[in-house]
Design a protein around this ligand. Structure first.
Ligand code: BT5
Length: 319
């Protein structure tokens, strides 16, 4: 908590802020302030310290300014409204609540940290403070619940396009992962509300590892970040801008012309497999050669005996 407050003070000032001023404003000891500065540096914030002057936030790459992001999106004609909070249990949970309360389409809930970020089937999603993008967007499309899988694929295509605009080489791993160099850099979670089979709101949660340097042990082998791939910090604001502009454009296309309009883009970024893959769905495993996707987003796998399995949701094992 103290690190967040310290960061706030540094953000508000374009000149050095003395350690005394920070400690008196936040009612913290000088040692505690120093520790917070150190932990902010460990998160990737470039903070200069000069004796007798204090601290200055030099590099803004780690900082997401919701006002600046909003202004840039407004200027580009992307009609989203950013609702940013430094720390939340989950942007998805908040966005689902706002959607149920009637929040308009294109409300974007974002946070610098999630303490209870979630993936599919209640799996955890890690978002350490200030290092990643955690965003949930409310859409109100005219669609049937059965179209949800293709909405996820549309979001995956948009994320891949956004990352390509930033000179990365993303690959989409069906259904909801974006990989860089074979490791997961982004996950997508699609949830809906509605009556019968009609969707009243679709909430798309997107987590992108931007400046994460060190992952928890269980993720070290499977996760990566934009900064790890680039070898330098990457602006979260820049990433959010590209992401939201692409997502808006592709979702409009999806709503007007259906997934078939976005499908070529999905295909352009989709990971292709030369060997058989195993897909786990509801604890069942199916192994086969991937034959692509159907127009409704289901995955087609041809098993050894020649039968073709159509898989609605699941996880491809390994890469
Ligand atoms: C996903 O689920 O990949 C969807 C993740 C969606 C996260 C966003 S962040 C904004 C919004 N708010 C939320 O609370 N959620 C959304 P799934 O395919 O089930 O993958 C989950 C698995 O990914 C976990 O079991 C871990 O193995 C792995 N994982 C967790 N955190 C990760 C990270 N930061 N980077 C890469 N892999 C991660």
């Amino acid at each position: 908590m103290g690190a967040e407050e310290t960061l706030k003070l540094l953000r508000q000032s374009s000149t050095y802020v003395s350690g005394e001023k920070i400690s008196s404003s936040l009612k913290l000891s000088r040692t505690a302030v120093w520790k917070h500065i150190q932990s902010l540096r460990a998160m990737g914030y470039d903070i200069k310290a000069v004796r007798n002057r204090g601290y200055l936030l030099v590099d803004e790459t780690a900082v997401l300014s919701p006002d600046k992001l909003q202004a840039r999106l407004d200027e580009a004609g992307v009609p989203v409204t950013i609702d940013h909070t430094p720390s939340l249990p989950s942007t998805q949970t908040k966005a689902m609540r706002l959607a149920a309360e009637g929040a308009p389409a294109y409300t974007v809930v974002s946070a610098d940290e999630q303490t209870g970020g979630r993936g599919r089937l209640g799996r955890p999603w890690s978002t350490p403070f200030g290092t990643a993008l955690a965003i949930s967007i409310i859409f109100r499309p005219e669609m049937d619940m059965r179209e949800a899988p293709t909405a996820t694929l549309t979001a995956a295509a948009a994320v891949a396009e956004a990352l390509e605009e930033m000179n990365f080489r993303p690959q989409i791993k069906w259904p909801n992962d974006i990989l860089l160099n074979g490791k997961k850099v982004c996950g997508i979670l699609t949830e809906m509300q509605g009556e019968a089979s009609r969707v009243s709101s679709l909430v798309m949660g997107i987590g992108i590892n931007v400046n994460t340097e060190q992952f928890p042990e269980q993720l070290q082998e499977i996760a990566t970040s934009l900064a790890i791939v680039r070898g330098a910090p990457v602006s979260r604001e820049e990433t959010a801008f590209h992401l939201l502009a692409e997502l808006y454009e592709r979702m409009i296309q999806f709503q007007l012309d259906g997934f078939q309009a976005v499908r070529p883009l999905w295909g352009k970024h989709a990971l292709s497999y030369t060997k058989p893959v195993t897909v786990v769905q509801n604890r069942q495993r199916v192994t086969g050669i991937m034959k692509g996707i159907e127009t409704d987003g289901t995955l087609l796998l041809e098993a050894e005996d020649g039968t073709v399995h159509s898989i609605v949701s699941g996880d491809i094992e390994g890469i």
